[in-house]
Design a protein around this ligand. Sequence first.
Ligand code: SF4
Ligand code: SF4
Length: 84
Amino acid sequence: MPVKPVVNFNKCQGCPDCINKCHSHVLALRKITPQEITSLSLIGKQKAKKYPQKAYVVHPKNCTCCVSCEMVCKKGAIHITELQ
Ligand code: SF4
Ligand code: SF4
């Protein structure tokens, strides 16, 4: 079953442990856009001021489902889900 990671930007602090762990280059660090910030929770919006860099899924089809990114994230911000 094809899978991909999904990042919760309300929790992600752009540390960037998951990006360093992923050998398939699925993830990349980018600055969250003002439009994306509008969809965050109140706490997420406050966090985005301090942590504007987030882990983005840039090559979802490269994901091998090794789950390393999910295991390394101390914030519980990344989960593997079925690729739609
Ligand atoms: S998803 Fe987790 S491990 Fe990845 S950058 Fe965000 S906080 Fe760090
Ligand atoms: S599950 Fe593995 S291959 Fe997929 S994004 Fe996470 S670290 Fe990369």
